[in-house]
Design a protein around this ligand. Structure first.
Ligand SMILES: *Cc1c(COP(=O)(O)O)cnc(C)c1O
Length: 335
């Protein structure tokens, strides 16, 4: 099946490695082999999953005459940081609308946003949730009045354009599977705005990758992500009517959000410490730490029985570790 991709701009260091976690498999695998797709290695400051989507999003922006990217997220958004840096690399203006009060300290992603020269506005959370659509329109009009053209990139870059990022990643996984001798696998990813899950779910179907994709939600609930994957898929089909029609079956592992988005439990901090020491692999407390914890709980409960291989997608997030440093105080031996 010939799949016609839209143009992309090479921003990500790909293909990323598929790495076997020997000691983690022994410790937590219950007979499964645990693998990690190292999408935390897509770049240094461009680390993580968002840059795969931005390869297609920035190409779309430039090909359609936009000179500015307007996007939004939490104060420590990885997506906003990646957009700020990609925009700077390509000579596009970047304006970030952030949910939450400005932190007293420049740290983590928020520091990198500023280093990359993005324009940053922070809004009170309740106001942001209520007014984000109006804010997008208002700033888009503002740029229009100045003779600029600003493209709105939705939360996480999750839409029909961004979906291509992980559709393309599934081609890498095809070749990874064959090198690693994986015949059938479960793929587990953190899901936050749904785009990575949408791309993987579509990509598995389009490329006939022998795998089942599971999103571990780090906010909202299962129904939210079933709907989000369906609507992102519909957006993709509407924008690219010549792409093959596929039926997608999104799957969500709910129950690991804890107290809420970006609030990790002590167990998650401890798991991050354990895995760092065991494998030299560092997860983040907002996304990958929670998703990995969810994956281990599902392994222990027998969810993946009958299938030897489990592939965890490490979607990045390293800069979210530092602003949450106080959470690790009980996990690391104090000097
Ligand atoms: C954004 C993000 C996710 C979730 O990806 P979505 O495509 O938004 O669902 C997972 N992990 C990290 C580190 C992220 O920054």
């Amino acid at each position: 099946m010939a799949l016609l991709y839209p143009r992309k701009i090479d921003l990500a260091q790909t293909p990323t490695p598929l790495q076997y976690l020997e000691r983690a498999s022994q410790k937590w695998g219950c007979g499964h082999r645990l693998w990690v797709k190292r999408d935390d290695l897509t770049g240094c400051t461009l680390s993580g999953n968002k840059v795969r989507k931005l390869e297609f999003i920035t190409a779309h922006a430039i090909d359609n005459g936009y000179d500015t990217l307007l996007t939004c997220g939490g104060v420590q958004s990885n997506h906003c940081r990646a957009t700020a840096l990609a925009g700077a690399q390509l000579g596009l203006g970047v304006h970030l609308l952030l949910r939450g009060d400005a932190p007293g300290e420049l740290d983590g992603n928020f520091l990198l946003d500023h280093l990359a020269g993005a324009t940053v506005n922070c809004y009170d959370s309740a106001y942001f949730v209520r007014e984000i659509d109006a804010l997008f329109r208002q700033w888009q009009d503002h740029y229009g009045a100045q003779g600029h053209k600003a493209m709105v990139v939705p939360t996480g870059g999750s839409d029909g354009i961004g979906a291509w990022g992980y559709i393309a990643a599934c081609e890498e996984l095809l070749s990874d599977f064959s090198t690693a001798g994986i015949e059938q696998a479960h793929i587990v990813t953190a899901t936050g705005s749904g785009g990575t899950q949408t791309g993987l779910t579509l990509g598995v179907a389009l490329h006939q990758l022998p795998a089942t994709v599971w999103g571990v939600n780090v906010c909202d609930n299962a129904q939210y992500f079933l709907d989000k994957v369906a609507s992102d898929t519909a957006d993709w089909q509407r924008l690219y009517p010549d792409a093959p029609a596929v039926a997608v079956e999104p799957r969500v592992l709910d129950g690991y959000v804890g107290q809420g988005y970006a609030i990790a439990s002590q167990e998650v901090y401890e798991l991050i410490g354990d895995l760092s020491r065991l494998e030299g692999l560092v997860l983040d407390p907002v996304y990958t730490g929670k998703a990995f914890a969810g994956m281990l709980a599902e392994i222990a409960s027998g969810r993946f029985e009958g299938c030897r291989d489990i592939v965890f997608v490490h979607t990045g997030g390293i800069f979210g570790v530092f602003p949450q440093k106080s959470g690790f105080s009980r996990t690391v031996a104090a000097g």
